[in-house]
Design a protein around this ligand. Structure first.
Ligand SMILES: [Zn+2]
Length: 84
């Protein structure tokens, strides 16, 4: 019996960064240290892995980028730090 109060806000505060906005680890190496960046000039947003050379770039805003990034297939993602 889990009560779930429907307190989901209808409006999303744009600058309210929570855990949901944290990028998931790199799908290539499992490194949690990834860098989200964007360029308004290039109209692109990308995420770079600080451990391997994985680079994921899309033409979208950072919010969409996070959603897409976090939806990437991580079924083959290695456990970071365990591989020698
Ligand atoms: Zn990586």
């Amino acid at each position: 019996m889990t009560e779930r109060p429907s307190n989901q806000q209808a409006t999303k505060p744009r600058k309210n960064r929570k855990a949901d906005d944290t990028p998931k680890p790199c799908p290539e190496c499992g490194c949690p240290d990834v860098c989200l960046d964007s360029s308004s000039i290039a109209e692109a947003t990308w995420i770079d892995c600080s451990n391997c050379d994985f680079h994921y770039q899309q033409k979208c805003c950072e919010e969409s980028m996070l959603t897409r990034w976090n939806k990437l297939d991580r079924s083959a993602m290695p456990a970071f730090g365990e591989a020698e």
